[in-house]
Ligand binder design. Sequence first.
Ligand code: PLP
Length: 344
Amino acid sequence: MSVSDFRSDTVTRACPAMREAIAGAEVGDDVLEGDPTVRRLEEAAAAWLGKEGALFVPSGTMANQVALGAWTRPGDEIVCQRFAHVTTFEAGAAGFLHGVQSMTVGGDDGQMDPDEVRACLRPRFIHCPPSRLLCLEQTHNWAGGVVTPLERVEALSEVAREAGLSVHLDGARLANAVVASGVSAREWCAHADSVSLCFSKGLGAPVGSVVAGDAAFLERARLVRKRLGGWMRQAGHLAAAALYALEHNVERLAEDHALARSLAGRLGALEGLEASAEAVDTNIVMVGVSAPGRDAAGVAAALGEHGVLVMPMGPRRLRFVTHLDVGPGDLDRLVEAAESVMQG
Ligand SMILES: Cc1ncc(COP(=O)(O)O)c(C=O)c1O
């Protein structure tokens, strides 16, 4: 049975043109004399993000952890949103790899209040861990692909910089924020000292991310990437897919966002499911399960029997993500399956 896979935008498979780019990539040993396609990707990504340079790494997790390693020393504290990927979904890597702890701020909506951030910064006091880095996330995964408004990002960044902290932006889905807001990547990134960007989510590449910043940051980041084993050899084949993604798949994210809004509206109209199109900023839709006696895992399993895949995110919350490999036909199939499951 074919499936309609709404679990994540990471499930996409390379299209024929991307596969051609992968096969035809000019490559070298990136650790020895350098890989020309990796270099092209790093230059293109850095230009798009408005940063001096970028490093290609295998994953978004590694991009974030390279940045953390470049900015912090053991015993430091990072400040981030309560459900930020960097503290919630990276398996404790910040502590495991770099010996840093997290101070978290905010709640389910994925937002941080600048005054609350200011208030949680540590005084310079021998008993306290030094507050070193503010981590932002755009769009916010856990909160449902929410775009933090530019004025808020500016205010948060100002609080950090006034206090001498650096700012890292987890921009795994920054391209979605760019398309949804009309604010360029450069403009978002002007408020951060380093930024990570994933090609393997809405942009549709099979693998790969970059972490970008200025020359001093990149020098430290290169060493951390080496230590983590993330400096790859003929990675130009992967970089070619990422370049293709950056060149062809940014603007079309608007289609994913429109499909996500439609999905929220149609599922929200069903008895026992809670969602609204107005709450959807980008390509992630969080749907509440309010039907008595039903839970997210049960509804997800029942949808699975209809060939529709979706991810439970908590006991009564389902996450649906739109991407290159689902279209209006998959949405019709989902709605039909959901009608049958919720009546059953
Ligand atoms: C906001 C955010 N940052 C980082 C990552 C990590 O990316 P990866 O799965 O490539 O390690 C994800 C993955 O979903 C994410 O949503």
